[in-house]
Each structure stands twice: as structure tokens, then as C-alpha cells.
Design a protein around this ligand. Structure first.
Ligand SMILES: [Zn+2]
Length: 358
């Protein structure tokens, strides 16, 4: 897992940052370097995308993007400080492509708000060159206004650059957990961004059930609900293919229950019912997040069994066997044997996921 960090602006000349009570260029470097240190300590591979000198502002921007796009990054993060004409602007904000409300970006804003800054939220950043041109998922963080005394007071009270880096790092905890989880295991984290598209998921569904026309609207809902909680919606959809037998519903759960993952269903008990498809998918995503992460839900909880899950007990799909699904294997003498054969409940989900993207 790789993360690109850009300490915003050059160190002097063209592309130099705003100068308020503090200098933006100095403090993007202080915050960015501290954030790099924290990320590296957690095992993330950090690519420094900082550029100190450039002939022009445009050259600066294209150099940054060139550094970022040379690597296969999971995240590109730009650190900036804001400024306003009347020096009255206040607070923290994050820019993303099309204003996407990535849980990590929302959480960065929240963590900065917890330090005392006004939370200006996650905003549409498609107009920003580094957001538009970087291939990786990206966020540009405006920590606070460098020309506003109240913001600078909060900045200093929070411990300066160290306190800010810590808050941003905490906001990225979802990413960091996923990094730690998958390191060396080769397993597939449940938390993360979907890779398969709705079309790819539907092609997989139809390959196993050509009569599934009534269920082709679900893939999009899985991707949307997954993104809201930072869960792999494509993986959750593949889980549903297994749980419902490609939406043929031959088990205990009936289609009208909108329960696509057998939540609450155990041998003969039909399990929970949900008022509509979206609520059913949302509950499944939330249930997966409960297994995968210790982070709180972003949306209101609709999963009736959320409280019963030991949070973070199965960060990868492979680890769901014996936990979400019991026993989580069939045709083997033990779970361990099924694991060695890469053929548990979770391995089956991951195999379907791989089918969608080849
Ligand atoms: Zn800036």
C-alpha cells in the first residue's frame, strides 16, 4: 500500500504559498513531513510528492502530478493552508474529485474540527489541477487559514504541525488499518474502494443466473452504500452472490426480505427483513464494517445485529470464515484445511471478486 504526500507549494519563487501570520509553504512542509513519519511508522510506503523549486506555477503543478502518477498510489494527499482577502476566513476543509465524500476525507475534517477549527466540510475539488490529474484517489487538505489570528491560535494550541499531522493521521485510520491488515498476508481487506464496476458485477451475476433481470439495479446500490462507509461494495455484492445463490434465493431467506447476506438467518430461521433493497444493502455493508473495522458508522445504523459483532475481528474477506459464516467451509475436515486450500467462505468471495476484474 502506497501513499503520496505533497507538502503544498514550492519553498521559494514561482509556486510559493500564501503568506499570512505564518507562511503556508513552511507549514505544509512541517505538517506533511510529520504525516509521512506517522504513516511510515504504521508500515505504509510513503512517496514524497513535494517539489521545492519550479520555473512557473504551472511547471510546479505538473511536476507534482508527474511524481504522483509515476507510482501506483492508494492515496494522494496534498497539504495546504488557506487564506482569504479580508483575513476573516476560518476553518478546515478538504477537496476531492467531484466532492466525493470518502469516509477518510470526512473523518479528516472531523478530526480537525475536534481540535477547534470550523468544519467547512468535504468539497468539490475537480477544478484543482492536482485533484483532477492524479490517477490515485486524492484529497487536498486546507488545514486552516494561515492569515487568521483565531485559526493560528487554534493551530498553536493543538500543538502546531505535530498536532495537525496526528489529527489527519487519525482521520486516515481506515486506510492505515487496511494497510496493516493486508501486509504480508496477501488477503483482501474488506475496507477500501471498490474496483469492479456495476456493469462488471452484473455480468458476473448474469453468468451464474441468466434470469436475474430483476436484480440488476442492486450492483449500483452496493457500490454507493459501500463508498459511504469505506467498505468494498463490490466485495459485498460478491458475498451476496454466494449467500443468495446468484439471487435465486433457494435457501431460508426469501426475496421480499431484502436480506442479501443471510443476516440473522441460521438453519431454518429466515433471518431479518428490511423495508427495501437499499436498506437491506446498507445493513449488510454496516455488518461487514463491524467485522472489518473499529471505526464508527458514517450513517445511522440499520443493521439489527451490528451490536453483536466484536468490532474489527475480521478485517479481510478471508477471515470471515468461522465468524460471519459458521463453519465457513464445506467438503474439508476442518476450517484450517479449507484455509490451506484457499477455499473458505471468504476465499470464495475473493475468487468471485477476481473474476469481475479480469
Ligand atoms: Zn495552497
Amino acid at each position: 500500500m502506497k501513499i503520496g504526500i505533497n507538502c503544498g507549494h514550492t519553498a521559494g519563487g514561482a509556486g510559493y504559498g500564501a503568506v499570512g501570520i505564518i507562511s503556508e509553504s513552511d507549514h505544509t512542509r512541517l505538517v506533511g513531513r510529520e504525516l509521512m513519519r506517522l504513516m511510515q511508522a504504521k508500515g505504509a510506503q510513503v512517496i514524497d510528492c513535494t517539489i521545492d523549486r519550479a520555473g512557473t506555477q504551472n511547471e510546479y503543478l505538473s511536476k507534482v502530478v508527474e511524481l504522483a502518477n509515476r507510482e501506483d498510489l492508494d492515496w494522494f494527499i496534498g497539504i495546504h493552508f488557506n487564506a482569504s482577502k479580508a483575513h476573516t476566513g476560518q476553518g478546515a476543509e478538504v477537496y476531492t474529485y467531484k466532492g466525493r465524500q470518502y469516509p477518510d476525507a470526512v473523518s479528516v475534517c472531523k478530526n480537525l474540527e475536534n481540535l477547534g477549527f470550523r468544519n467547512r466540510g468535504v468539497k468539490e475539488g475537480t477544478g484543482l489541477y492536482v485533484i483532477r490529474k492524479t490517477k490515485a484517489k486524492s484529497m487536498l487538505i486546507e488545514v486552516c487559514f494561515c492569515d487568521n489570528q483565531q485559526d493560528i491560535n487554534i493551530y498553536e494550541a493543538a500543538g502546531g504541525a505535530g498536532g495537525i499531522a496526528e489529527a489527519i493521521f487519525k482521520g486516515m485510520q481506515g486506510y492505515v488499518d487496511a494497510t496493516e491488515t493486508s501486509m504480508g498476508t496477501g488477503e483482501t481487506p474488506i475496507m477500501g474502494t471498490s474496483v469492479a464496476s456495476a456493469d462488471q458485477l452484473n455480468a458476473l451475476l448474469l453468468s451464474g443466473n441468466p434470469q436475474a433481470e430483476d436484480y440488476l439495479h442492486l450492483a449500483e446500490i452496493f457500490l454507493e452504500e459501500g463508498e459511504k462507509e469505506g467498505v468494498r461494495g463490490d466485495g459485498a455484492f460478491c458475498q451476496s452472490l454466494i449467500e443468495t445463490g446468484y439471487f435465486k434465493f433457494s435457501g431460508d431467506v426469501k426475496p421480499c426480505q431484502h436480506n442479501y447476506a443471510g443476516i440473522g438467518a441460521t438453519g431454518g430461521v429466515p433471518g431479518n427483513s428490511f423495508p427495501d433493497a437499499r436498506t437491506g444493502v446498507r445493513a449488510q455493508i454496516q455488518h461487514l464494517k463491524a467485522y472489518a473495522s473499529t471505526e464508527p458508522l458514517v450513517q445511522e445504523c440499520v443493521d439489527p445485529r451490528y451490536e453483536y459483532v466484536s468490532k474489527g475481528c475480521a478485517p479481510t474477506f478471508e477471515q470471515l470464515a468461522g465468524k460471519w459464516a459458521v463453519p465457513g467451509y464445506s467438503g474439508y475436515a476442518s476450517l484450517e484445511a479449507a484455509r490451506l486450500a484457499n477455499d473458505t467462505y471468504g476465499h470464495k468471495i475473493v475468487k468471485l471478486l477476481e473474476k469481475t476484474i479480469v
